[in-house]
Write a protein that binds this ligand. Structure first.
Ligand SMILES: [Fe+2]
Length: 382
């Protein structure tokens, strides 16, 4: 088969211990005089935050703070932060945190310069001009958002998550230090780690996959499979935290250049409706959706099994083993069950329709209608 693809990675990556200490100099080099630092209330109180801010201030750069980002970042968070950024006329944005502050900041970079409601930019063609430069410092191993060009925002009126996807919102530089994840509790490590695994598996099996995204996805699967359980059980294990951070980064690169698919369609429908944690939604939907997709990507699922170190004699056996192994992993990290998300029988139709209208649905290896999603959701209800 002949491939046709492009590959763009506008974000510079600085990876390693104390990576974020390089940020102030970068800002000075670009003549930045003031920044808006976007984060959430929990991250704001972390000891590393003081170091990050002090080092920037030491370069004579003013740092303003927006710490109101909610989980599953809301349209109102983006618009509030954008108003603040525009009023203060800051030169750049810094996002510190998990996927929520980083996704929020990407959307702020657009709204602060283009104005209006963030919902307008679900059509990325509407981003016609320059956006504010963004620098990212991830504190979880999962989102990959530090290097992706996607921002997922909740439309609070419709209780629906939409994605702004454009290389224009790619961060300038991502400063990635696995040490920042050491203080994360087991449930968060598990949920964000399963999100990263989902990115890698979906990127590898999505219709938009290409050889470069494949390479990143397969190595991500291997790393995450090797390190997830240890990172959950031994939070201070530096090798496991490093493996998860690298895995999450590679998975982010993979899905930016391929796509996510049905699992994310379901997870985003659930997140938009019930404000449920993204990683937990993915962890719950991943094994069921893999089962559903298996026969449509048999060889690819078998290749995933190989990346997980599993042995098999045929593609069918390999694919079966990959699904089983992912099921086991989700159980081993002890995430909450589907019903605990507050899902109601009477909402299933709406959830199925929102899954089907997700921009990534077209890339699922098996064609999925709202009725198909309804069937998957009914399976999950048990
Ligand atoms: Fe995700």
């Amino acid at each position: 088969m002949q491939h046709n693809f492009g590959f763009i990675l506008p974000t510079e990556i600085q990876y390693g211990q104390n990576a974020a200490l390089k940020l102030p100099e970068e800002l000075s080099t670009h003549g930045v005089k003031s920044v808006l630092l976007i984060t959430d209330k929990v991250i704001r109180t972390q000891p590393f935050m003081t170091d990050i801010v002090d080092n920037i201030v030491a370069q004579d750069i003013r740092v303003y703070l927006f710490d109101q980002v909610e989980a599953n970042p809301k349209d109102r968070n983006v618009e509030d932060a954008a108003e603040q950024a525009a009023n203060l006329q800051v030169d750049a944005l810094i996002a510190v945190g998990g996927g929520s502050p980083i996704d929020c900041a990407k959307a702020v970079s657009v709204v602060a310069t283009h104005g209006g409601s963030v919902r307008f930019y679900a059509d990325a063609a509407k981003i016609t001009g320059e956006v504010l430069p963004l620098y990212t410092i991830p504190t979880t191993a999962g989102t990959g958002s530090e290097v992706t060009f996607s921002s997922v925002i909740t439309n609070t009126q419709e209780q629906y998550k939409f994605t702004i996807k454009s290389p224009k919102i790619a961060p300038q530089v991502a400063y990635i230090d696995p040490q920042l994840t050491h203080s994360k509790p087991a449930e968060l490590t598990a949920a964000t780690g399963m999100d990263a695994l989902t990115h890698a598996i979906e990127a590898y099996t999505a219709k938009a996959a290409n050889p470069l995204s494949d390479a990143a996805a397969l190595h991500a699967i291997e790393l995450i499979h090797t390190h997830l359980i240890t990172a959950v059980k031994e939070p201070q294990n530096a090798a496991a935290r490093d493996g998860m951070m690298t895995g999450s980064l590679l998975a982010g690169i993979a899905f930016s250049h391929s796509d996510v698919a049905g699992v994310h369609c379901i997870a985003e429908a659930l997140g938009g409706k019930y404000d449920a944690p993204h990683g937990v939604c993915n962890a719950i939907a991943l094994p069921v959706m893999m089962e559903y997709n298996r026969d449509y990507a048999l060889e690819r699922y078998a290749r995933i099994a190989r990346a997980m170190g599993l042995e098999f004699k045929s593609a069918a056996e390999g694919a079966e083993k990959a699904v089983e192994r992912v099921k086991q992993l989700a159980e081993e990290v002890c995430l909450p069950e589907f019903r605990s998300l507050g899902v109601k029988e009477e909402d299933l139709q709406e959830l199925a329709e929102n899954s089907a209208r997700n921009g990534s649905n077209a890339d699922n290896p098996r064609p999925m209608t709202a009725d198909d999603y309804l069937q998957v959701l009914r399976n999950l209800m048990g």
